[in-house]
Design a protein around this ligand. Structure first.
Ligand SMILES: NC(=O)C1=CN([C@@H]2O[C@H](COP(=O)(O)OP(=O)(O)OC[C@H]3O[C@@H](n4cnc5c(N)ncnc54)[C@H](O)[C@@H]3O)[C@@H](O)[C@H]2O)C=CC1
Ligand SMILES: O=C([O-])CC(=O)C(=O)O
Length: 308
């Protein structure tokens, strides 16, 4: 299994590190446009191999896509992150051009690649890749929901004063400060609905904290987060590499599912060797359905800013 990660910055390097530590890929190629940067990150990471006990070979390359040829999976993290006070949507002007060029170059050298889009605004960048590359829709996957769900579980565990391993929950919808739909009505502690333990008010606080998870970290860090994003991507790559048939909420192109059309937005999917192997339809409450429609309107507004 050969994996390419484009963008050797905070998220790209974290993603490469987690993939290596999980030890399921033979090769990870890190590519960046900044001269020598990916080579440096790759060398530094390789010098952790004997300490962290992995055999994955990590190489770095400056903007030469021939080194990525034959990749099974490629992750796009290239582009700029937001600064405190910004929305993800404000990144579209710079990131759209970068994502389009990077996706085209990756596919040219790896026509069978499965692409995972991370750069923000992620749902719109995933849609851009769908509209401009001709790659099959099961091979274009946006990462947002896996991260947002991990943050939801963190907030649920905090509210429940429970270990995170006791908690399950999922976030669907757009990967934005206002568009996420944490499924509080489905969340459980050891298969018991969390609403048995938490008041409605506490539960809606958990949902609000989850939605602004990225903004909260951006304010604290001065740039956006990387550990949990890198871990989320690595879990998705592993599900594909190991054909795990694992369920993650991912941004995918919808054609009628969830009553939505011509949009990439987060819904539960099954990830396996073919990428998105199935879109899972789950029953939503009327309130969650309405939130999903509103979230989709927000994503479409950003999509309308794209110039193809
Ligand atoms: N979908 C999600 O859940 C998340 C998305 N993000 C997004 O991921 C992106 C990356 O974030 P960070 O890693 O923190 O930023 P960063 O600035 O640390 O790294 C970005 C890297 O991309 C490189 N780059 C820029 N243009 C390039 C090009 N044309 N080809 C190759 N490399 C290029 C830069 O040189 C830089 O090293 C941002 O857009 C951020 O908003 C970040 C966290 C979570
Ligand atoms: O908040 C950001 O801009 C980066 C991101 O998407 C996240 O961490 O969820």
């Amino acid at each position: 299994m050969k994996v390419t990660v484009v963008g050797a910055g905070a998220v790209g390097a974290s993603c490469a590190e987690y993939i290596a530590i999980k030890n399921f890929a033979s090769e990870v190629v890190l590519l960046d446009i900044k001269e020598g940067f990916a080579e440096g990150k790759a060398m530094d990471l390789m010098q952790t191999a004997s300490l962290n006990g992995f055999d994955t070979k990590i190489t770095g390359i400056t903007n030469d896509y021939s080194a990525t040829a034959g990749s099974d999976v490629a992750v796009i993290t290239s582009g700029i992150p937001r600064k405190p006070g910004m929305t993800r949507e404000e990144l579209i002007g710079i990131n759209a051009g970068i994502v389009k060029t990077v996706a085209t170059s990756l596919i040219k050298h790896s026509p069978n690649v499965i692409l995972i889009v991370v750069s923000n605004p992620m749902d719109t960048m995933t849609y851009l890749v769908h509209k401009t590359t001709g790659l099959a829709k099961n091979k274009i996957i946006g990462m947002g929901g896996a991260l947002d769900s991990a943050r939801f579980k963190y907030r649920l565990a905090e509210a429940l004063e429970a270990p995170i391993s006791d908690v399950d929950g999922m976030v669907i919808g757009g990967h934005s400060d206002t568009g996420m739909v944490p499924l509080t009505g489905h969340a459980t502690r050891n298969s018991i609905k969390v609403s048995e333990f938490l008041s409605e008010e506490r539960l809606s606080q958990v949902a609000e904290d989850t939605k602004v998870g990225g903004a909260t970290l951006t304010k604290l860090l001065g740039t956006s987060a990387w550990y949990a994003p890198g871990a989320a991507v690595s879990s998705m790559v592993q599900a594909i590499a190991c054909d795990q048939k694992k369920m993650f909420p991912c941004s995918t192109y919808l054609e009628g599912e969830y009553d939505l059309n011509d949009i990439c937005i987060g819904v539960p999917v099954i990830l396996g060797k073919d990428g998105i192997e199935k879109i899972v339809n789950i029953p939503l409450s009327a309130a969650d359905k309405a939130k999903m429609q509103e979230s989709a309107e927000g994503v479409k507004k950003t999509n309308n800013l794209l110039e193809f």
